[in-house]
Structure formats: C-alpha cells, structure tokens
Design a protein around this ligand. Structure first.
Ligand code: UD1
Ligand code: CA
Length: 442
C-alpha cells in the first residue's frame, strides 16, 4: 500500500502564563527532554508508516530560545512566527502562506503535550483517510480546563465548547478535546477565515472550526484516545503529572527489556536512558540525561548518574554520584560515597569508598583506597590525573593534578602527591610518626 503524506503544524506560540516561568513553556522538560522535542521526535518516529512532508512549528515573537533549540537539534523544521498571541486559530493562520494550494492533509498538534503517543498520531492519520476533518478526543473523570466535545442526538461531533464559555450542564460533559486535529488543507484555511474573535477572551479559538464545519454539513471524524496521551501541560502541576506518567511508561519499558527494578516507583529515568538486559537497579536511583548502562550492571540504592557510559558487569553504589563524561569500563567498581566526574575508570578498577575522582584516567585493575581525592582544580584550570594499571593508591591520598602515576606503583596512605611517580615505584609523602612516653596525669 502506498504511504500517505501528511504535514504537521505544532502550536507553540502561547505565552504559557500559567507556568509562571521566565522560560518558554515548551522548553520545560519531562524526563529530561524539552516538551517540544518529545513531540517532534514522536512525529519522526512514525516515519516508517507515513510520509512526512513539512513539520511547521508556530512560535511567538519572543521565542528565540525555542527557535535556537529546534534549529540546533533538528533539521528541516519550518518555524513561523505568530506576531500577536491572538489564540489557537490565529496561530494556525500564521502558517497559511506555507500551505498555499497544498494538496495533502495537515495534522495540528499543541506544543504542550509531552506524552503524545505514536498510536494517537497514527489514529489521526487513519481518521484523515476517511474524513475531510477529524479530531482526537478522550473521556476524563477530571475534564476541568479542557474544551468539551459536544455530540448531537445522532452522536456526531457538532462543536467544541471551551471551559470558560461552557454552561453548567456542558461542564458536566466528560468528552474532552485533545487539541489535535487532522484536516484537508484547503478546508482548514477556509474554515479558519470564518473564525471570529471570541469576545470574552479577545482570542480566535481553533475549536470554532468544528462548529463551522458542522454548520456546512461536513461530517467530522473523531478518534478516542487515552487521556494521558493528550495531557496538556498548562502549569507546574500539569508538568508534575506529565513527569509522573512518563516515568511510569519508562519504568515499564525498562522492565519489559529485562531490567530488574526493585522498587520501580522510586527510580527516575531520562527519556534517553539506555539499559541493556539483566541490569539490576536498587531503590531511589536517578538517571539524568545521556546514560548508557551495559549488560549485567548492578546499581545499588541512592545513586545519581548523568552523562555516563557504564560497560557490562560493573557495580555502582550505594550512594554514588557519576557525573558527565564518565566511562566505566567492564567490571569496574564504584562504591559508596564516591563521586566521579569526566573520568575513565578502566577494566576491573575499583574506587570503593569515599573518593572524588575528576578529570582522570584510572588504569586497569587499579585500587583506589578509601578517601582518595584527585585535586583536579587549581582555582583556574582543571588538570588531569593519570594512573597506570595495577597501581595501588593508599587511603586518604591527595593526588594534586596534573599528575601521572605509572603502572604497578604504590602510594602510602595519607600522602599528598605532587610529583609524577614512575612505574613500579613506591611513593610516601608523610611526616615520620613520633611515639613518645605519655606524661602521667597528677
Ligand atoms: C486548548 C483547546 C482546548 C483543548 C486543549 C487541549 C483552544 C481554544 N482550546 O486549550 O479545547 O481541550 O487545548 O490541551 O484551542 N498557542 C499559540 N498561539 C496562541 C495561543 C496558543 O500558538 O495565540 C499554542 C500554545 O502554545 C499551546 C497550544 O496552542 O501549545 C494550546 O494553547 P493553550 O493556551 O495551552 O490552550 P488550552 O487552554 O490548553
Ligand atoms: Ca494547553
């Protein structure tokens, strides 16, 4: 079967006032990824099923931050500017010039729905095959805030009424508008040209196209979707709800892939966390963006990882913090109260207790004793520490970087090391102990 072609318009020019934020609403993150990026990636994920022509994002005049973000991450996304935030209908109209004489169908999405699923998107494309105009709806026990879909006596969609314009009986309708539509291009812009300013809000509602189409006897299709798929983030509470739902999705996915989560509800992933099978994760572990964990790795309770690659069979924690730029090679061990930043811990090396390792290359099978600190920062520059394989660094050693310790070297406990140590040497930097007779108390 020939794949159908669709274009997408994502509305993201709203002021997002309800977020009470200095940052744009659609750049707020869910599972570590900006909402707008989650939506664009979801569209791109159905590339195998449909042909995607244009993806247009409608932004406000002051949305340089969103524009820069999109241009940095994605290629070929068209940005159009809505000069005044005069409502969702006006936002779609700002993309009109791009779709002059356009023959394919257009799918309109809101920029504030981080949990949008490929199933929902595909349902809209299917709807578009049989209807000139269609929309997605969901039933909700808490419909407050959403536009309500009004059906006529023969259960056909006849209009959408916004919360603030709804009568008491309309507010009881539990069928909500997801804010996602599919339409023939020509029909869409002809309906939009008839939308009037809403007198109460001084806005043009996109939802009015439904009533206008119905008036012209155009049959409106509807696809029913899960409520969470179209959860719209309007405020911080909505953001927290979206995060909660997204985490549940990510936890379920991890377990389906063969990852053990001892207490799933306490583990937090990023959208891009990559986990191989037989990874075991204890309670209260947090994954920031950019983490990749290999097969059979065990992460004990209360660890925080971000920007880290962990090869197979490593063990981490409890209470470890692995920061960006860190690589743990196979079977490395990071123990409790250890912080590692931008360092490579080679195969079988151990940093088991109370250490800070930064800007370092720790050789194979090295043993880092309790309390070892790499002094990587001299107040101006970050300096490197290199330790050759099989060396043994005694407890409470300070390695003042830049410093090179050879392989098979030994450093006595408590030493402050400021000079390089060649292979196979023993270094101790410590005052001689004095043991003398105690003075007797009178
Ligand atoms: C909108 C729908 C509502 C639906 C809900 C689903 C309208 C009038 N209402 O309400 O029926 O249930 O979404 O989440 O459409 N935007 C612009 N320019 C503007 C105004 C908004 O681009 O001038 C963008 C926003 O950035 C946002 C989207 O359109 O991404 C929706 O706007 P928002 O203010 O969040 O609408 P809701 O009140 O949620
Ligand atoms: Ca919204």
């Amino acid at each position: 079967m020939q794949k159908e072609t669709f274009s997408f318009i994502i509305l993201a020019a709203g002021k997002g006032t309800r977020m009470k934020s200095s940052n744009s609403k659609v750049l707020h993150k869910v599972a570590g990824e900006p909402i707008i990026s989650l939506i664009i990636n979801k569209i791109l994920s159905i590339k195998k099923k449909i042909l995607i022509d244009k993806i247009v994002v409608v932004l406000g005049r002051d949305s340089q931050d969103i524009k820069s973000f999109i241009e940095e991450i994605f290629k070929g996304i068209k940005i159009v500017i809505q000069h005044e935030q005069a409502g969702t209908a006006d936002a779609v109209l700002s993309a009109k010039k791009i779709f002059r004489n356009y023959k394919n169908k257009i799918i309109i999405l809101c920029g504030d729905t981080p949990l949008i699923s490929s199933k929902l998107l595909l349902n809209l494309t299917t709807l578009g095959a049989s209807f000139r105009l269609g929309l997605s709806g969901f039933k909700s026990l808490k419909p407050f805030g959403y536009g309500r879909i009004v059906l006529n006596s023969s259960k056909q969609v006849s209009s959408i009424i916004e919360e603030q314009n709804a009568s008491a009986s309309q507010k009881k309708i539990d069928l909500c508008n997801s804010g996602m539509y599919v339409s023939e291009s020509k029909l869409l812009f002809s309906l939009l040209s008839k939308v009037k300013f809403n007198t109460k809000k001084r806005e043009m509602y996109l939802t009015d196209i439904i009533y206008l189409a119905n008036k012209d006897n155009i049959e409106i299709g509807i696809t029913y979707n899960d409520e969470i798929d179209s959860l719209g983030v309007n405020n911080r509470e909505g953001l927290a709800m979206a995060e909660k739902e997204m985490q549940n999705i990510l936890r379920k996915k991890a377990m389906e892939k063969g990852v053990t989560l001892i207490a799933p509800e306490t583990v937090f992933f990023s959208k891009d966390t990559k986990l191989a099978r037989d990874v075991e994760i204890g309670p209260n572990v947090v994954f920031g963006p950019g983490v990749k964990i290999g097969e059979g790795v065990k992460i004990e309770a209360f660890c925080h990882l971000e920007g880290v690659t962990v090869k197979k069979h490593c063990t981490i924690g409890p209470f470890a913090r692995l920061r960006p730029g860190t690589v743990l090679e196979e079977s490395a061990k990071i123990g409790n109260f250890v912080e590692v930043k931008k360092s490579k811990i080679n195969k079988g090396a151990k940093v088991n207790h109370l250490s800070y390792v930064g800007d370092s290359d720790i050789g194979e099978k090295v043993n880092i004793g309790a309390g070892v600190i790499t002094c990587n920062y001299d107040g101006v520059n970050k300096n490197k520490t290199t330790i050759g394989k099989k060396s043994f660094i005694g407890s409470n050693v300070s390695l003042v970087a830049p410093i090179k310790v050879g392989s098979n070297a030994l450093i006595g406990a408590g030493s402050v090391i400021t000079k390089d140590i060649p292979n196979n040497m023993l270094a101790v930097e410590r005052n001689k102990q004095v043991t003398i007779k105690k003075r007797n108390k009178k």
